[in-house]
Design a protein around this ligand. Structure first.
Ligand SMILES: Cc1ncc(COP(=O)(O)O)c(C=O)c1O
Length: 297
């Protein structure tokens, strides 16, 4: 029998409806925490190590003392317990907050145990026909703080930008600061100019996506010229293609921004080739993992 919607909270697996966090959790009071979302293809994680390294870097920057013991195991267990091993794609969300303490801005003077919460869920890709039509985006002011490289749970500006996209009837928001198109509200932005693929450098102004890194590897390997540079928002109109990347975005073509057609308004050949390479590469890399496990098992 498969238990449905089992979550992980502080060392325990329990039904979501029974999971409780105290009201003085600093995640609730201050958004004092970090998170990760890691995909599994056919139940096998894609670059889990990379996701956990990014989490560790975030914890270190925020000085949250979490040793990460058993964190890989809990990813596998959640997929298993929720019967998601056969899903084409599912994701595991993991959040670590500083913990529970009487409210003060500064860290609790006595060390506290971090709160660790995780859940798994299936991820539904848009149908192929929908992908083929291409997607739309709006530009939106980037109102975030100066450490966007940290994946903190403080996502209010991202939430408001994504809501603006929803209200405009489009799928994505392009965050713009000082005239530069930085990234999406929950994904990274790539602009294609002929055979050149450009994306914002991995600075403090964006979250360096694991998908972004992978797509850069793929694009270089495919022989495209790759430029990691700030892209002025007014250059987007002259791009031949645009696409977003992310764990729950994969590779998503954008054919219209603020009502302007990008290129000929159709999904372009570079996006198509990279998307193809991405799906292929992810399948291969996750399958390879299985062989490795079998070899040692
Ligand atoms: C602001 C932002 N940029 C980019 C990404 C993409 O990162 P990844 O490819 O690791 O999912 C995310 C993912 O949630 C994000 O929130």
């Amino acid at each position: 029998l498969i238990a449905v919607d089992t979550v992980y909270l502080n060392g325990e697996y329990l039904p979501r409806s029974e999971a409780r966090v105290p009201v003085d959790d600093r995640g609730f009071l201050f958004a004092d925490g970090v998170y990760e979302v890691t995909p599994a293809y056919g139940g096998r994680f894609f670059r889990l190590r990379r996701h956990l390294d990014r989490l560790k870097a975030g914890l270190c920057a925020l000085r949250i003392d979490y040793d990460g013991a058993g964190v890989e195991e809990l990813h596998h267990r959640l997929v298993e317990l929720n019967g998601l091993g056969k899903e084409e794609v599912c994701t595991v969300y993991l959040q670590v907050t500083r913990g529970v303490a009487p409210r003060t801005h500064h860290f609790p003077p006595q060390p506290v145990t971090p709160t660790v919460y995780a859940f798994a869920r299936a991820f539904r890709r848009p149908p192929r026909e929908r992908w083929e039509q291409g997607f739309s985006a709006i530009s939106h002011p980037d109102r975030r703080w100066a450490r966007c490289d940290l994946k903190t749970v403080g996502l209010l500006p991202n939430v408001l930008a994504q809501q603006a996209a929803v209200e405009a009837g489009v799928q994505d928001a392009i965050l713009v600061k000082d005239g530069m198109a930085l990234e999406g509200a929950h994904n990274n932005l790539f602009a294609v100019f002929g055979e050149t693929v450009a994306t914002h450098p991995a600075s403090n102004q964006i979250l360096n996506g694991i998908t972004r890194e992978y797509v850069l590897e793929l694009a270089r390997g495919m022989g495209y010229r790759v430029e990691e540079r700030p892209v002025p928002v007014e250059q987007l109109r002259f791009a031949s293609e645009l696409f977003f990347t992310g764990t729950t975005t994969e590779v998503r073509p954008t054919v219209e921004v603020d009502g302007w057609k990008i290129g000929d308004g159709k999904v372009g050949p570079v996006t198509r080739a990279i998307h193809h390479a991405f799906l292929d590469g992810v399948r291969q890399e996750t399958r390879g993992q299985e062989r490795e496990a079998a070899a040692y098992g």
